[in-house]
Design a protein around this ligand. Structure first.
Ligand SMILES: Nc1ncnc2c1ncn2[C@@H]1O[C@H](COP(=O)(O)OP(=O)(O)OP(=O)(O)O)[C@@H](O)[C@H]1O
Ligand SMILES: [Mg+2]
Length: 406
Protein backbone atom coordinates (compact mmCIF):
# COMPACT_ATOMS: atom_id res chain seq x y z
CA UNK A 1 0.00 0.00 0.00
CA UNK A 2 1.52 3.40 -0.88
CA UNK A 3 2.26 5.35 2.25
CA UNK A 4 2.22 9.09 2.54
CA UNK A 5 1.72 9.83 6.17
CA UNK A 6 1.26 13.57 6.07
CA UNK A 7 -1.61 13.59 3.57
CA UNK A 8 -4.52 13.45 5.95
CA UNK A 9 -2.91 15.69 8.54
CA UNK A 10 -2.38 18.51 6.06
CA UNK A 11 -5.97 18.35 4.85
CA UNK A 12 -7.16 18.49 8.46
CA UNK A 13 -4.97 21.45 9.33
CA UNK A 14 -6.03 23.60 6.35
CA UNK A 15 -7.35 26.79 7.86
CA UNK A 16 -9.39 29.51 6.22
CA UNK A 17 -8.34 33.10 6.89
CA UNK A 18 -9.75 36.38 5.64
CA UNK A 19 -7.40 39.29 5.13
CA UNK A 20 -9.23 42.58 5.42
CA UNK A 21 -7.70 45.93 4.47
CA UNK A 22 -7.22 48.47 1.71
CA UNK A 23 -5.65 46.96 -1.40
CA UNK A 24 -2.06 47.96 -2.00
CA UNK A 25 1.53 47.02 -1.24
CA UNK A 26 0.96 46.30 2.46
CA UNK A 27 -1.89 43.89 1.80
CA UNK A 28 0.05 42.06 -0.93
CA UNK A 29 3.09 41.79 1.38
CA UNK A 30 0.91 40.37 4.13
CA UNK A 31 -0.61 37.88 1.74
CA UNK A 32 2.86 36.80 0.60
CA UNK A 33 3.99 36.23 4.22
CA UNK A 34 0.82 34.28 5.05
CA UNK A 35 0.97 32.18 1.89
CA UNK A 36 4.59 31.24 2.64
CA UNK A 37 3.87 29.92 6.16
CA UNK A 38 4.65 26.22 6.45
CA UNK A 39 2.12 25.84 9.25
CA UNK A 40 -0.79 26.13 9.51
CA UNK A 41 -1.64 25.83 5.83
CA UNK A 42 -3.93 28.67 4.86
CA UNK A 43 -6.66 29.28 2.38
CA UNK A 44 -6.62 33.07 2.07
CA UNK A 45 -9.61 35.22 1.09
CA UNK A 46 -9.18 39.00 0.74
CA UNK A 47 -11.53 41.92 1.14
CA UNK A 48 -11.88 45.55 2.17
CA UNK A 49 -13.33 46.65 5.50
CA UNK A 50 -16.32 48.34 3.86
CA UNK A 51 -17.38 45.26 1.91
CA UNK A 52 -15.77 42.38 3.81
CA UNK A 53 -18.67 42.10 6.27
CA UNK A 54 -20.92 40.98 3.41
CA UNK A 55 -18.12 38.92 1.95
CA UNK A 56 -17.62 36.95 5.17
CA UNK A 57 -21.33 36.18 5.28
CA UNK A 58 -21.56 35.15 1.64
CA UNK A 59 -18.56 32.85 1.36
CA UNK A 60 -19.53 29.19 1.48
CA UNK A 61 -17.59 28.42 4.68
CA UNK A 62 -16.90 31.23 7.16
CA UNK A 63 -13.22 31.92 7.91
CA UNK A 64 -11.55 30.46 11.02
CA UNK A 65 -9.66 33.71 11.53
CA UNK A 66 -10.00 37.22 10.17
CA UNK A 67 -6.92 39.45 10.01
CA UNK A 68 -7.87 43.10 9.99
CA UNK A 69 -5.30 45.68 8.87
CA UNK A 70 -5.54 48.78 11.02
CA UNK A 71 -3.52 51.27 8.99
CA UNK A 72 -4.97 53.86 6.60
CA UNK A 73 -8.62 54.15 7.56
CA UNK A 74 -8.47 53.29 11.25
CA UNK A 75 -12.12 54.12 11.86
CA UNK A 76 -13.39 51.72 9.15
CA UNK A 77 -11.12 48.94 10.42
CA UNK A 78 -12.26 49.35 14.04
CA UNK A 79 -15.94 49.48 13.05
CA UNK A 80 -15.41 46.30 11.05
CA UNK A 81 -13.77 44.59 14.06
CA UNK A 82 -16.59 45.69 16.32
CA UNK A 83 -19.30 44.39 13.98
CA UNK A 84 -17.52 41.08 13.52
CA UNK A 85 -17.05 40.65 17.25
CA UNK A 86 -20.83 40.75 17.74
CA UNK A 87 -21.39 37.74 15.45
CA UNK A 88 -21.94 34.36 17.00
CA UNK A 89 -20.23 32.10 16.12
CA UNK A 90 -17.46 34.33 14.88
CA UNK A 91 -13.95 33.87 13.53
CA UNK A 92 -10.98 34.69 15.74
CA UNK A 93 -10.17 38.34 15.11
CA UNK A 94 -6.56 39.40 14.70
CA UNK A 95 -5.75 43.09 14.39
CA UNK A 96 -2.68 43.94 12.30
CA UNK A 97 -1.38 47.28 13.52
CA UNK A 98 0.94 49.60 11.62
CA UNK A 99 2.32 51.17 14.81
CA UNK A 100 3.27 49.77 18.21
CA UNK A 101 1.31 52.39 20.10
CA UNK A 102 -0.40 51.44 23.34
CA UNK A 103 -3.36 53.65 22.42
CA UNK A 104 -3.91 51.89 19.11
CA UNK A 105 -3.52 48.46 20.75
CA UNK A 106 -6.17 49.34 23.32
CA UNK A 107 -8.56 50.65 20.66
CA UNK A 108 -8.17 47.46 18.63
CA UNK A 109 -8.69 45.24 21.67
CA UNK A 110 -11.72 47.24 22.79
CA UNK A 111 -13.18 46.94 19.30
CA UNK A 112 -13.08 43.16 19.77
CA UNK A 113 -9.68 41.98 18.51
CA UNK A 114 -8.64 38.69 20.13
CA UNK A 115 -4.97 39.12 19.26
CA UNK A 116 -2.66 41.90 18.13
CA UNK A 117 0.02 41.53 15.45
CA UNK A 118 2.22 44.15 13.84
CA UNK A 119 3.12 45.13 10.32
CA UNK A 120 5.45 44.26 8.69
CA UNK A 121 4.23 40.82 9.72
CA UNK A 122 6.86 38.59 11.25
CA UNK A 123 6.37 34.99 9.96
CA UNK A 124 7.21 33.49 13.38
CA UNK A 125 4.64 35.68 15.12
CA UNK A 126 2.04 34.89 12.46
CA UNK A 127 2.69 31.14 12.83
CA UNK A 128 2.35 31.36 16.60
CA UNK A 129 -0.92 33.30 16.49
CA UNK A 130 -2.51 31.21 13.72
CA UNK A 131 -1.42 27.88 15.19
CA UNK A 132 -3.11 28.94 18.41
CA UNK A 133 -6.33 29.48 16.48
CA UNK A 134 -6.06 26.20 14.57
CA UNK A 135 -5.24 24.21 17.73
CA UNK A 136 -8.22 25.70 19.58
CA UNK A 137 -10.50 24.93 16.64
CA UNK A 138 -9.19 21.37 16.49
CA UNK A 139 -9.77 20.83 20.20
CA UNK A 140 -13.34 22.07 19.94
CA UNK A 141 -14.04 19.75 16.99
CA UNK A 142 -12.58 16.85 18.89
CA UNK A 143 -14.53 17.40 22.06
CA UNK A 144 -17.64 16.35 20.19
CA UNK A 145 -16.83 12.69 20.51
CA UNK A 146 -15.20 10.09 22.71
CA UNK A 147 -11.47 9.75 23.26
CA UNK A 148 -9.53 7.78 20.65
CA UNK A 149 -6.46 5.88 21.84
CA UNK A 150 -4.15 4.18 19.35
CA UNK A 151 -1.85 1.39 20.48
CA UNK A 152 1.07 0.61 18.19
CA UNK A 153 4.57 -0.79 17.88
CA UNK A 154 7.15 -1.56 15.23
CA UNK A 155 7.97 -4.98 16.63
CA UNK A 156 5.68 -7.96 16.81
CA UNK A 157 4.72 -9.82 19.95
CA UNK A 158 5.47 -7.05 22.45
CA UNK A 159 1.91 -6.85 23.77
CA UNK A 160 0.04 -4.35 21.58
CA UNK A 161 -3.12 -6.47 21.36
CA UNK A 162 -3.19 -7.40 25.04
CA UNK A 163 -2.56 -3.77 26.01
CA UNK A 164 -5.41 -2.51 23.77
CA UNK A 165 -7.83 -5.18 25.02
CA UNK A 166 -6.92 -4.90 28.70
CA UNK A 167 -7.11 -1.11 28.61
CA UNK A 168 -10.58 -1.42 27.07
CA UNK A 169 -11.60 -3.86 29.81
CA UNK A 170 -10.16 -1.59 32.50
CA UNK A 171 -12.07 1.43 31.18
CA UNK A 172 -15.26 -0.62 30.86
CA UNK A 173 -14.86 -1.74 34.47
CA UNK A 174 -14.74 1.96 35.36
CA UNK A 175 -18.20 2.35 33.78
CA UNK A 176 -17.02 3.75 30.47
CA UNK A 177 -18.57 2.71 27.18
CA UNK A 178 -15.67 1.34 25.15
CA UNK A 179 -15.11 0.19 21.55
CA UNK A 180 -12.09 -1.67 20.23
CA UNK A 181 -11.08 -1.38 16.59
CA UNK A 182 -8.77 -4.03 15.14
CA UNK A 183 -6.57 -2.44 12.49
CA UNK A 184 -4.10 -5.30 12.61
CA UNK A 185 -6.08 -6.49 9.63
CA UNK A 186 -4.08 -9.59 8.75
CA UNK A 187 -3.71 -10.95 12.27
CA UNK A 188 -7.03 -9.96 13.81
CA UNK A 189 -5.64 -10.71 17.25
CA UNK A 190 -8.22 -8.82 19.32
CA UNK A 191 -11.02 -11.33 18.65
CA UNK A 192 -8.69 -14.18 19.64
CA UNK A 193 -7.45 -12.41 22.76
CA UNK A 194 -11.02 -11.68 23.84
CA UNK A 195 -12.12 -15.21 22.94
CA UNK A 196 -14.74 -13.91 20.53
CA UNK A 197 -15.79 -15.46 17.27
CA UNK A 198 -17.19 -12.45 15.41
CA UNK A 199 -19.84 -13.10 12.80
CA UNK A 200 -19.40 -9.58 11.48
CA UNK A 201 -16.26 -7.58 10.78
CA UNK A 202 -15.22 -4.21 9.36
CA UNK A 203 -15.81 -5.53 5.79
CA UNK A 204 -19.48 -4.50 5.27
CA UNK A 205 -18.39 -0.94 6.13
CA UNK A 206 -15.74 -1.04 3.41
CA UNK A 207 -18.26 -2.03 0.76
CA UNK A 208 -20.79 0.63 1.64
CA UNK A 209 -21.76 2.80 -1.28
CA UNK A 210 -23.70 5.41 0.65
CA UNK A 211 -22.71 7.39 3.75
CA UNK A 212 -21.96 5.29 6.81
CA UNK A 213 -24.56 5.62 9.55
CA UNK A 214 -24.60 4.55 13.17
CA UNK A 215 -27.02 1.63 12.56
CA UNK A 216 -24.67 0.10 10.00
CA UNK A 217 -21.74 0.69 12.29
CA UNK A 218 -23.44 -0.84 15.32
CA UNK A 219 -24.43 -3.90 13.33
CA UNK A 220 -20.76 -4.47 12.48
CA UNK A 221 -19.77 -4.67 16.17
CA UNK A 222 -19.37 -7.80 18.29
CA UNK A 223 -20.12 -7.47 21.98
CA UNK A 224 -17.83 -8.97 24.60
CA UNK A 225 -19.49 -10.13 27.88
CA UNK A 226 -17.75 -7.22 29.66
CA UNK A 227 -19.68 -4.76 27.47
CA UNK A 228 -16.69 -3.79 25.30
CA UNK A 229 -17.67 -3.73 21.60
CA UNK A 230 -15.23 -4.96 18.96
CA UNK A 231 -14.99 -3.90 15.35
CA UNK A 232 -13.18 -7.01 14.21
CA UNK A 233 -10.60 -7.42 11.46
CA UNK A 234 -11.70 -9.19 8.24
CA UNK A 235 -12.00 -12.98 8.32
CA UNK A 236 -9.80 -13.46 5.28
CA UNK A 237 -6.27 -12.11 5.16
CA UNK A 238 -6.60 -10.74 1.61
CA UNK A 239 -9.69 -8.72 2.54
CA UNK A 240 -7.50 -6.47 4.66
CA UNK A 241 -6.18 -4.88 1.45
CA UNK A 242 -9.64 -3.44 0.81
CA UNK A 243 -9.68 -1.44 4.03
CA UNK A 244 -8.41 2.05 3.19
CA UNK A 245 -7.44 5.05 5.29
CA UNK A 246 -10.69 6.66 4.13
CA UNK A 247 -12.72 3.81 5.64
CA UNK A 248 -10.67 4.04 8.83
CA UNK A 249 -11.23 7.80 9.05
CA UNK A 250 -14.97 7.51 8.43
CA UNK A 251 -15.37 4.67 10.91
CA UNK A 252 -13.41 6.42 13.67
CA UNK A 253 -15.18 9.75 13.17
CA UNK A 254 -18.50 7.98 13.64
CA UNK A 255 -17.61 5.37 16.26
CA UNK A 256 -16.27 8.04 18.59
CA UNK A 257 -19.74 9.60 18.56
CA UNK A 258 -21.15 6.39 20.04
CA UNK A 259 -18.55 5.51 22.70
CA UNK A 260 -16.66 7.21 25.52
CA UNK A 261 -13.41 5.54 24.44
CA UNK A 262 -12.29 4.00 21.17
CA UNK A 263 -9.12 1.93 21.38
CA UNK A 264 -7.36 1.02 18.17
CA UNK A 265 -4.96 -1.92 17.80
CA UNK A 266 -2.64 -0.58 15.07
CA UNK A 267 -0.55 -3.77 14.91
CA UNK A 268 3.21 -3.85 14.50
CA UNK A 269 3.82 -1.76 11.42
CA UNK A 270 3.01 1.70 10.16
CA UNK A 271 0.69 2.20 7.22
CA UNK A 272 -1.84 4.76 6.01
CA UNK A 273 -4.61 3.16 8.05
CA UNK A 274 -2.60 3.53 11.24
CA UNK A 275 -1.77 7.14 10.44
CA UNK A 276 -5.47 7.86 9.77
CA UNK A 277 -6.12 6.53 13.28
CA UNK A 278 -3.28 8.56 14.81
CA UNK A 279 -4.63 11.72 13.20
CA UNK A 280 -7.82 11.17 15.15
CA UNK A 281 -6.23 10.03 18.40
CA UNK A 282 -5.91 11.89 21.68
CA UNK A 283 -3.38 9.32 22.85
CA UNK A 284 -0.86 7.15 21.05
CA UNK A 285 0.70 4.39 23.11
CA UNK A 286 3.82 2.83 21.69
CA UNK A 287 4.48 -0.55 23.29
CA UNK A 288 7.96 -1.97 23.80
CA UNK A 289 9.64 -4.49 26.04
CA UNK A 290 13.09 -4.68 27.60
CA UNK A 291 14.95 -5.87 24.53
CA UNK A 292 17.54 -4.19 22.33
CA UNK A 293 15.41 -4.91 19.25
CA UNK A 294 12.36 -3.22 20.77
CA UNK A 295 14.37 -0.21 21.96
CA UNK A 296 15.95 0.19 18.49
CA UNK A 297 12.56 -0.02 16.82
CA UNK A 298 11.17 2.54 19.23
CA UNK A 299 14.00 4.84 18.23
CA UNK A 300 13.16 4.34 14.53
CA UNK A 301 9.54 5.02 15.36
CA UNK A 302 10.41 8.36 17.03
CA UNK A 303 12.32 9.37 13.90
CA UNK A 304 9.42 8.39 11.64
CA UNK A 305 6.84 10.02 13.86
CA UNK A 306 8.71 13.31 13.84
CA UNK A 307 8.77 13.25 10.05
CA UNK A 308 5.03 12.64 9.89
CA UNK A 309 4.53 16.06 11.45
CA UNK A 310 1.59 15.06 13.65
CA UNK A 311 2.36 17.96 15.94
CA UNK A 312 -0.78 17.61 18.04
CA UNK A 313 -0.05 14.11 19.25
CA UNK A 314 2.78 13.05 21.50
CA UNK A 315 3.45 9.32 21.57
CA UNK A 316 3.80 7.78 25.01
CA UNK A 317 6.05 4.81 25.55
CA UNK A 318 4.83 1.87 27.57
CA UNK A 319 7.00 -0.97 28.79
CA UNK A 320 5.17 -4.28 28.70
CA UNK A 321 6.37 -7.42 30.52
CA UNK A 322 8.29 -5.06 32.76
CA UNK A 323 10.85 -6.70 34.99
CA UNK A 324 12.67 -4.32 37.36
CA UNK A 325 15.68 -6.64 37.64
CA UNK A 326 16.16 -7.02 33.87
CA UNK A 327 19.71 -6.04 32.77
CA UNK A 328 18.26 -3.66 30.18
CA UNK A 329 16.87 -1.17 32.66
CA UNK A 330 14.07 1.30 32.23
CA UNK A 331 16.62 4.12 32.75
CA UNK A 332 18.85 2.78 29.95
CA UNK A 333 15.86 2.62 27.59
CA UNK A 334 14.83 6.16 28.54
CA UNK A 335 18.37 7.36 27.88
CA UNK A 336 18.47 5.66 24.46
CA UNK A 337 15.13 7.08 23.40
CA UNK A 338 15.58 10.45 25.12
CA UNK A 339 11.96 9.94 26.17
CA UNK A 340 10.44 8.96 29.46
CA UNK A 341 8.51 5.75 29.99
CA UNK A 342 4.86 6.63 30.54
CA UNK A 343 3.71 3.40 32.16
CA UNK A 344 4.90 -0.12 32.97
CA UNK A 345 2.89 -3.33 32.76
CA UNK A 346 4.55 -5.99 34.89
CA UNK A 347 5.52 -9.34 33.39
CA UNK A 348 3.07 -11.95 34.60
CA UNK A 349 3.19 -15.11 32.51
CA UNK A 350 0.91 -17.05 34.86
CA UNK A 351 -1.99 -14.59 34.58
CA UNK A 352 -1.66 -14.35 30.80
CA UNK A 353 -1.54 -18.14 30.50
CA UNK A 354 -4.67 -18.45 32.64
CA UNK A 355 -6.45 -15.86 30.49
CA UNK A 356 -5.71 -18.00 27.47
CA UNK A 357 -6.43 -21.39 29.03
CA UNK A 358 -9.64 -20.43 30.82
CA UNK A 359 -10.83 -18.20 27.96
CA UNK A 360 -11.64 -15.52 30.51
CA UNK A 361 -10.50 -11.92 30.66
CA UNK A 362 -7.95 -10.27 32.95
CA UNK A 363 -10.56 -8.82 35.28
CA UNK A 364 -12.25 -12.21 35.72
CA UNK A 365 -9.03 -14.17 36.13
CA UNK A 366 -6.98 -11.83 38.30
CA UNK A 367 -8.77 -8.56 39.08
CA UNK A 368 -6.34 -7.74 41.91
CA UNK A 369 -3.15 -8.75 40.13
CA UNK A 370 -0.36 -6.22 39.54
CA UNK A 371 -1.18 -6.37 35.79
CA UNK A 372 -4.84 -5.49 36.41
CA UNK A 373 -3.77 -2.67 38.73
CA UNK A 374 -1.33 -1.35 36.12
CA UNK A 375 -4.08 -1.37 33.50
CA UNK A 376 -6.46 0.47 35.84
CA UNK A 377 -3.71 3.03 36.54
CA UNK A 378 -3.24 3.51 32.80
CA UNK A 379 -7.01 3.88 32.38
CA UNK A 380 -7.00 6.53 35.11
CA UNK A 381 -4.28 8.44 33.23
CA UNK A 382 -6.50 8.81 30.16
CA UNK A 383 -9.66 9.62 32.07
CA UNK A 384 -10.38 13.27 32.73
CA UNK A 385 -10.28 14.15 36.39
CA UNK A 386 -13.47 13.29 38.17
CA UNK A 387 -15.76 16.29 38.50
CA UNK A 388 -16.13 17.50 42.07
CA UNK A 389 -19.88 16.78 41.87
CA UNK A 390 -19.30 13.19 40.82
CA UNK A 391 -16.79 12.85 43.64
CA UNK A 392 -19.34 14.17 46.09
CA UNK A 393 -21.92 11.69 44.81
CA UNK A 394 -19.50 8.81 45.19
CA UNK A 395 -18.67 9.98 48.69
CA UNK A 396 -22.35 10.37 49.61
CA UNK A 397 -23.29 6.95 48.26
CA UNK A 398 -20.41 5.40 50.23
CA UNK A 399 -21.55 7.22 53.32
CA UNK A 400 -25.14 6.04 52.82
CA UNK A 401 -24.11 2.44 52.30
CA UNK A 402 -21.87 2.64 55.39
CA UNK A 403 -24.91 3.64 57.42
CA UNK A 404 -27.11 1.11 55.68
CA UNK A 405 -29.45 3.76 54.26
CA UNK A 406 -28.91 2.72 50.65
N1 LIG B 1 2.65 -8.25 30.79
C1 LIG B 1 2.71 -9.48 30.24
N2 LIG B 1 3.18 -10.52 30.94
C2 LIG B 1 3.23 -11.76 30.41
N3 LIG B 1 2.82 -12.04 29.16
C3 LIG B 1 2.36 -11.04 28.41
C4 LIG B 1 2.28 -9.71 28.89
N4 LIG B 1 1.76 -8.93 27.92
C5 LIG B 1 1.55 -9.73 26.87
N5 LIG B 1 1.90 -11.00 27.14
C6 LIG B 1 1.82 -12.16 26.24
O1 LIG B 1 2.68 -11.90 25.14
C7 LIG B 1 2.16 -12.47 23.96
C8 LIG B 1 2.11 -11.43 22.87
O2 LIG B 1 1.17 -10.45 23.25
P1 LIG B 1 0.26 -9.72 22.18
O3 LIG B 1 -0.40 -10.68 21.27
O4 LIG B 1 -0.58 -8.78 22.94
O5 LIG B 1 1.37 -8.91 21.39
P2 LIG B 1 1.26 -8.15 20.02
O6 LIG B 1 2.26 -7.06 20.08
O7 LIG B 1 -0.14 -7.77 19.73
O8 LIG B 1 1.72 -9.26 19.00
P3 LIG B 1 1.51 -9.34 17.41
O9 LIG B 1 2.65 -8.57 16.83
O10 LIG B 1 1.57 -10.79 17.13
O11 LIG B 1 0.18 -8.74 17.11
C9 LIG B 1 0.79 -13.04 24.31
O12 LIG B 1 0.91 -14.42 24.49
C10 LIG B 1 0.44 -12.36 25.61
O13 LIG B 1 -0.37 -13.18 26.40
MG1 LIG C 1 -1.33 -8.04 18.08
Amino acid sequence: MPFNGSKGESSRSMMKVMLVGDPGDQRSQLKTVLAALAEPQLEIVEGEAATAANLSENVSAPPDATLVMVNGNEEAALVFLQRQSLHSPRPTLLALLSARSAGLMKRALRAGADEILFMPLDPGEATRALLKVSEARWRTERREGGVVISVASLVGGVGVTSMAANLALALESLHQHVALVDLDLQTGGLAVFLNLDPEVTIMPLVRLEQKLDSIQLESALTKHPSGVCLLAAPKRIEEGELVSDITVGTVLDLIRQLFDYVIVDCGDHVDENGVAAWERSEHLFYVLNQSIAAARSAWRFIDLFERLGLTRLEPHFILDRYNPSHPLTEKAIEATLAKSIYARIPADDRTFETIELKAQDLFQVAPHSPVARAMLDLAALVMPRVEPLALQETFMSRLKSAFGTH
